[in-house]
Design a protein around this ligand. Structure first.
Ligand SMILES: C[S@@+](CC[C@H](N)C(=O)[O-])C[C@H]1O[C@@H](n2cnc3c(N)ncnc32)[C@H](O)[C@@H]1O
Length: 216
């Protein structure tokens, strides 16, 4: 690993707003970590945590946790959160595949999935973060009325997710295949992640889906 990455990785563990594969707070994240009883929103595949930090600054009455496996990327999000005094934002290094080990049933109120790898090969379909396998993992830790927000540049992942939503009879609340095409968008959609900026430079359309995790 490059020296700079190693340094960030070491610092990551020492920060007050970071957690690494711990089961210690399962069921009590809000009370023990955020010192409140506010709802918890997860940003999955958060990378450098732009969404967790921006949403945390916008909505002080929710707690935000960015989750990724890459410590050096999380370090950036955690550093920005500390510099901006965001007490309602934390970063957690963990495999999304094992979320139920770290969170209790019903502990999570909302999900954001920001520019996840589309995993285009059919053989890797189960690795897509909106596959039935992952939706079932989310159902183990989320409240029954949880909304899932997906932001992606990938037409494949966008179409695939809509197909899964239809197959599972879930409700779509918002579906926008080109969020910057004209009409005003809600503040939550205006934040741009590291990868989003790359895809925008390449001229890609940014797509957004908001759907219910469970049937009503
Ligand atoms: C394309 S990047 C997007 C990062 C960020 N959301 C952005 O838009 O800049 C995808 C991220 O997903 C993370 N990731 C992929 N699969 C994961 C998994 N199973 N568990 C945790 N993180 C995962 C990767 O480490 C990577 O940082």
């Amino acid at each position: 690993m490059a020296k700079n990455k190693l340094r960030k990785f070491a610092q990551f563990d020492a920060m007050e707003n970071t957690f690494d594969y711990t089961m210690h707070h399962k069921g009590n994240w809000a009370q023990e970590v955020f010192k409140n009883n506010h709802r918890i929103v997860l940003e999955l595949a958060c990378g450098r945590g732009e969404y967790s930090n921006a949403l945390g600054a916008l909505y002080s009455h929710s707690n935000y946790m960015g989750i990724d496996i890459k410590g050096a990327r999380l370090w950036k999000g955690a550093t920005d959160a500390l510099e901006n005094g965001l007490k309602n934002v934390a970063f957690f290094r963990a495999q999304i595949d094992h979320l139920e080990q770290f969170f209790d049933a019903g502990e999570i109120s909302e999900l954001w999935i920001t520019f996840p790898d589309p995993q285009p090969q059919l053989s890797r379909e189960r690795k897509r973060l909106t596959s039935p396998k992952f939706l079932d993992i989310y159902r183990k830790i989320c409240k029954s009325d949880t909304l899932v927000n997906l932001k992606t540049d990938s037409t494949l992942l966008y179409d695939y997710t809509k197909q899964i939503i239809e197959e599972q009879g879930l409700e779509i609340l918002e579906d926008n295949s080109d969020i910057y095409s004209g009409n005003e968008i809600k503040p939550e959609l205006t934040f741009k992640t590291y990868y989003e900026k790359i895809w925008l430079k390449e001229g890609k359309n940014i797509k957004y889906l908001c759907f219910r995790l469970n049937k009503i």
